[in-house]
Design a protein. Structure first.
Length: 441
């Protein structure tokens, strides 16, 4: 984008900053000159990525360093981070135990053609996370972990169809855009008894269901009874249950939702959390189901990964730290999330704002128009969300898109007070800009 005297890099007309969100965007622009120059330079060489745009206002930030609960951008501005690598950094950024383990491993090497000696220790830590985790396979990524779990379920059941549920987080099924893969996928209504009826009717073709115990778009813990019914129905129907714990594993509890909600799936998928935030994935599950992948020529599962030794070492350090402190660490982390949600919601209710923070332990999402269903309000609340993102970022808090966030053990009481202040003051600005009033009303 060309910089002129009339236009800012954000597209705002200078001098036309009538709203609080415009003013916040202008203030961010003045503090992020190096990020904007980097964005312009990158555009000549690198494709744009969502990671470069933390919110809908097209603010471009690039990270220089991180530690604890904070990241610092290339302009030297520090932000309290509640994105945390999409939730993978339960201990926060650059935790000393993880950092020291990575440095020590780098002195011994970081890429081999043979398995590194640390894999067994990491696998045993994953094994202790749940009764279903009888065997463990390490994968190079969470996508590989999904593919491995699907291949195992298909090989074990001798069937092909895989069911997912509405609201599944992210690009959860590798190859789902492929025509052949799509033909072997079906989507069921999450949390609804109708899903159980469909599983019973289609049991002859269903190999497995992949289900998130907590959905990123609607984090709450009120689906335990339905999840237990789902697992029981699948058991009776001969359908494998793959629990997607890429966000909840080692976060809601050491054993994730499997422990917290008392679930017993056939297979469990984990993401970068098992690598201490470095690229890694894992599948754990029943020994007989996992054994079905041993003949890779008969399954679609990728072979077990060599797993980069830096990721393995970082994961061992992170999970080891969490395991040793699980009795006190998780109750405190979940209480921090509950308190933040209660205080935020109390503020919104007291000021009659149609906004809600939904929370499952240390996972949260802010939802606009939670009590307003009329479609004519949609554009208004999209504008409110975009303005809110800018206002929060300008106040020094970095959230993921769609107002999702996570807490870590590195967030102090002062950090959480500042997060709450940034969120509530930004809500007040959104209201004062008239964005909680239907346009045209």
């Amino acid at each position: 984008m060309t910089h002129t005297a009339e236009f800012s890099p954000t597209g705002l007309i200078r001098g036309a900053l009538s709203s609080r969100s415009d003013q916040a965007l202008s203030a961010l622009e003045s503090r992020t000159a190096h990020s904007w120059m980097m964005a312009l330079d990158r555009a000549k060489v690198l494709p744009e990525t969502a990671a470069a745009a933390p919110n809908a206002a097209a603010v471009r930030l690039f990270v220089k360093a991180s530690a604890g609960a904070r990241i610092t951008d290339v302009d030297g501005t520090s932000f309290i981070d509640v994105g945390l690598g999409d939730g993978a950094l339960v201990l926060g950024h650059a935790h000393p135990a993880v950092q020291q383990a990575i440095v020590a491993q780098s002195m011994r090497g970081w890429h081999f053609d043979l398995p590194a000696d640390g894999q067994l220790e990491l696998a045993r830590l994953i094994q202790t996370a749940g009764a279903a985790n009888e065997r463990v396979a390490l994968c190079n990524s969470s996508d590989d972990a999904v593919a491995y779990a699907i291949g195992a379920a298909r090989a074990f059941t001798g069937k092909c169809l895989i069911a997912t549920f509405t609201g599944l987080h992210g690009n959860s099924i590798p190859g789902a855009d492929d025509t052949t893969a799509t033909a072997h996928l079906t989507v069921l209504p999450y949390g609804h008894p109708a899903a159980l009826d469909q599983i019973r009717r289609r049991h002859h073709e269903l190999a497995a269901v992949i289900v998130e115990p907590v959905r990123g778009g609607d984090p709450n813990l009120d689906r335990a009874a339905w999840l237990h019914s789902l697992i029981a129905t699948c058991r009776e129907a001969g359908v494998a249950v793959i629990l997607d714990e890429r966000q909840t594993g080692f976060r809601l509890a050491y054993g994730g939702a499997q422990e917290l909600l008392g679930l017993l799936p056939d297979l469990v998928i984990y993401g970068k959390t098992v690598g201490g935030g470095l690229p890694l994935g894992a599948v754990a599950g029943r020994a007989d189901v996992m054994a079905s992948t041993q003949d890779h020529k008969k399954t679609e599962s990728p072979p077990p990964a060599l797993a980069n030794p830096l990721s393995v070492t970082a994961g061992t350090a992170a999970l080891g730290h969490l395991h040793a402190r699980r009795a006190t660490l998780y109750p405190a982390l979940n209480e921090a999330g509950r308190t933040l949600a209660e205080q935020f919601n109390a503020f919104a209710q007291a000021h009659h704002m149609p906004v809600e923070m939904r929370c499952a332990g240390s996972i949260f999402r802010i939802v606009f128009a939670s009590t307003v269903k009329a479609p004519e309000w949609a554009a208004t609340f999209r504008a409110a969300e975009a303005a809110f993102n800018v206002l929060v970022l300008n106040r020094g808090v970095l959230m993921l898109t769609s107002q999702r966030g996570f807490l870590s053990t590195a967030h102090t009481g002062a950090d959480l007070d500042n997060v709450l202040k940034a969120l509530t003051e930004s809500l007040r600005d959104v209201r004062d800009d008239g964005l909680f009033t239907q346009r045209g009303a």
